[in-house]
Design a protein around this ligand. Structure first.
Ligand SMILES: Cc1cc2nc3c(=O)[nH]c(=O)nc-3n(C[C@H](O)[C@H](O)[C@H](O)COP(=O)(O)OP(=O)(O)OC[C@H]3O[C@@H](n4cnc5c(N)ncnc54)[C@H](O)[C@@H]3O)c2cc1C
Length: 384
């Protein structure tokens, strides 16, 4: 069996590695270079989601992250500092309590806290506006580029071929009018026979999908973060701290600078091949204001060093599409803001779909492509 994986980001690389582990011949096509997409933008790994299907993806992925350095013989600079979510609104607090109970069923030792207790994890937090909080001690950050390198090197060692600088421009199907299976991919120079194509094209997923006559609702959306330098000192082991009701969020990058961001509604659709980087002044000021309300690490002397822009592959419900909508065509797309952390489990599940005909590790029916037309989608509320 020959499988073509389109895209050499973390999802494509993890899938290629897992397929090769199962004895499959794999070729990865990458139109640019390894790491050219969104993968390097953020290495946050968390269990705090509101949908059980996402927590299940986190469970299976966290198990893989726990042994990643050993399995791939690579240092990924892990910092296990936890995630701290804060609720102002009583309804948000009620949901947070339910979420923590659900997450504990997946073996995550997460805690539902009072706002006062939250200050033990983030001493600069002003607990005043908050009803309650949740803390996930095992959530963490790693260096996403090092993790990607780990997968790519291991995939190559297992026999995966990487065709770098080669875009997939067409997908051939047998008996196209009757919805036949995939038979080959096309590039500018060649046609290559294959039994499966995996769409791991990140923010370009819809473009590739159109080659299979699909209409996946995956939009490239611009997401900004700020690199800020607080005027005073702060503990470098602070958790990622987020106000769920305003969207204000921050975490230390090291002991002098923090990464911060704000509400998601400032995410326009862009061309992933050409967009203007840089957050607007208004949005930057709004984020700084909401940070100052959140914790006393931020004040009028906080400096913005630069903005960091990237593209989310966004679906309407912020959940991925892991499915085989056409025989021989498997999608692993639309991960919104959590594709890096969920890549290990996704790679395994996609491999199982291809090799075994169905996923074994996890039930991914809630990530089907059909859910949008069937009106069966549930929105992930814990969106960063
Ligand atoms: C600012 C920001 C912060 C983030 N923070 C986090 C975080 O903390 N934790 C987390 O889990 N996630 C985070 N994410 C989301 C995460 O980065 C993505 O979900 C993840 O990287 C998706 O990986 P991917 O492999 O699907 O896509 P990508 O890494 O984008 O790779 C897709 C690749 O496909 C290639 N490609 C596309 N079309 C073709 C074609 N036709 N032929 C050949 N090659 C093609 C592209 O060149 C690209 O290299 C963040 C995203 C952003 C933008």
């Amino acid at each position: 069996m020959h499988v073509v994986v389109v895209g050499s980001g973390i999802v494509g690389a993890a899938t290629a590695y897992e397929l090769a582990q199962r004895g499959v011949e794999v070729t990865v096509y990458e139109k640019s270079h390894v790491g050219a997409g969104s993968t390097g933008a953020g290495g946050g790994i968390r269990s705090q989601f509101s949908l059980p299907a996402n927590v299940a993806l986190s469970r299976a992925s966290m198990d893989a992250w726990n042994t990643f350095e050993e399995e791939f013989d690579v240092e990924i600079r892990e910092r296990i500092t936890g995630y701290l979510f804060l609720a102002r609104d009583p309804d948000t607090a009620t949901q947070l309590e339910r979420d923590v109970a659900m997450q504990s069923e997946y073996g995550f030792p997460n805690e539902f806290l009072s706002a006062g207790e939250a200050t033990e994890h983030c001493p600069g937090l002003d607990p005043g506006p908050y009803v309650s909080a949740s803390f996930s001690p095992e959530d963490r950050f790693v260096d996403p580029n090092l993790a990607l390198r780990g997968y790519v090197d291991a995939a190559r060692a297992a026999g995966v071929e990487f065709e770098l600088g080669v875009a997939v421009t067409g997908v051939r199907r047998d008996g196209r009018s009757s919805g036949g299976p995939v038979t080959a991919i096309e590039t500018a120079d060649s046609t290559v026979d294959c039994d499966y194509v995996v769409n791991a094209a990140g923010a370009w997923a819809s473009e590739l999908d159109a080659l299979v006559d699909g209409e996946l609702p995956v939009e490239p959306r611009l997401r900004h973060q700020l690199l800020v330098r607080p005027s005073g000192s702060f503990p470098p082991d602070l958790p990622l701290t987020m106000d769920l009701d305003t969207g204000a969020v921050f975490y230390p990058e090291d002991d002098t600078v923090m990464i911060a961001s704000g509400p998601q509604e400032t995410m326009p659709t862009v061309d992933p091949d050409g967009y203007t980087e840089g957050a607007s002044r208004d949005w930057t000021l709004a984020v700084l204001e909401s940070l100052a309300e959140l914790a006393d690490y931020f004040d009028e002397d906080t400096r913005v060093q630069r903005s960091i822009s990237g593209v989310y592959a966004q679906t309407p419900d912020s959940n991925p599409i892991i499915d085989e909508p056409v025989p021989g065509y498997v999608t692993a797309v639309g991960f919104s803001g959590h594709g890096f952390m969920h890549a290990p489990a996704t790679g395994k599940v996609v491999s199982e779909i291809i090799v075994n005909g169905e996923p074994k590790l996890l039930d991914v029916t809630s990530f089907s492509a059909r859910r949008f037309s069937d009106d069966g989608s549930s929105t992930e509320r814990s969106f960063i």
